[in-house]
Design a protein around this ligand. Structure first.
Ligand SMILES: Nc1ncnc2c1ncn2[C@@H]1O[C@H](COP(=O)(O)OP(=O)(O)OP(=O)(O)O)[C@@H](O)[C@H]1O
Ligand SMILES: O=P(O)(O)OC[C@H]1O[C@H](OP(=O)(O)OP(=O)(O)O)[C@H](O)[C@@H]1O
Length: 216
């Protein structure tokens, strides 16, 4: 049995076409079912639904053989314990610094001010501001980062941006792009040895589907 860890929502939705390319159909719809273990048309393959930030933990510790997770989540978790054979080019976005439109970020940085930065991505933010030589107080949040500058909790946020609509709706502006993000296939190291043939077949099918898509 091969177990693939996915999170509900965009990662699940964007993974379905890749699974289809490997002749795998998920038999339940996570939006309508309360099941956490989903069967597929292949008796040897199942999908487990976990929180996006829990995917690396499941894969690293053998709760799943494979998983799909954002580069952001992988960096925060630390990816050393897993193979990362493939960038799937799905759930693409970027991680950026944003501030209130009336906050002069350039000036604060030039003056060497200490910045209060709210984020779910403390490792990425710490590394980024350390490399710039900017002193920051990091405030760990688990969601709705955009609210922090609006309420006076923070001067800036480090968060994911795709269309920019969420920032715009909250009168925030993107002032720095830290890195591009997409989702990766991650594989448990022991699983790759013990279940080599089926896992290799899945990696190859995904790789082919990603390559074909990038040709379009
Ligand atoms: N707006 C977006 N556009 C494209 N990709 C995104 C966007 N937001 C997030 N992602 C990517 O999708 C991944 C999963 O995001 P999702 O919103 O499903 O989970 P989450 O709510 O961030 O995680 P958790 O439930 O663990 O807090 C992120 O880690 C990121 O790589
Ligand atoms: O630039 P945009 O296209 O507006 O996308 C950016 C938003 O997308 C993500 O939130 P998501 O929609 O996943 O909601 P979440 O807070 O539940 O993760 C992210 O946390 C941003 O808030």
């Amino acid at each position: 049995m091969i177990t693939l860890a996915l999170s509900k929502g965009r990662i699940f939705d964007d993974t379905l076409p890749l699974l289809r390319a490997a002749n795998i159909e998920v038999l339940d719809n996570p939006e309508t079912s309360r099941k956490l273990i989903l069967d597929t048309n292949q008796p040897g393959v199942r999908v487990v639904l976990v929180r996006a930030s829990d995917v690396p933990t499941y894969v690293e510790n053998g709760g799943a053989d494979l998983g799909i997770t954002g580069r952001d989540t992988l960096i925060e978790h630390g990816g050393q314990g897993m193979y990362q054979p493939l960038d799937l080019q799905i759930a693409k976005c970027r991680i950026s610094v944003a501030v209130r439109a009336d906050f002069d970020y350039e000036r604060a940085v030039k003056q060497g001010s200490r910045l209060r930065v709210a984020t779910k991505y403390v490792a990425i933010a710490r590394e980024f501001f350390a490399a710039k030589g900017v002193h920051v107080d990091l405030i760990k949040l688990y969601g709705s980062m955009e609210l922090a500058p609006l309420t006076g909790l923070a001067d800036a946020i480090v968060d994911l941006v795709s269309t920019g609509n969420t920032l715009k709706a909250n009168h925030l502006v993107e002032v720095e792009r830290i890195m591009d993000i997409s989702s990766r296939l991650v594989v448990n190291q022991a699983s790759l040895k013990l279940k080599q043939a089926p896992i290799r077949a899945l990696i190859d099918a995904f790789a082919k589907a990603v390559a074909e898509r990038s040709e379009i």
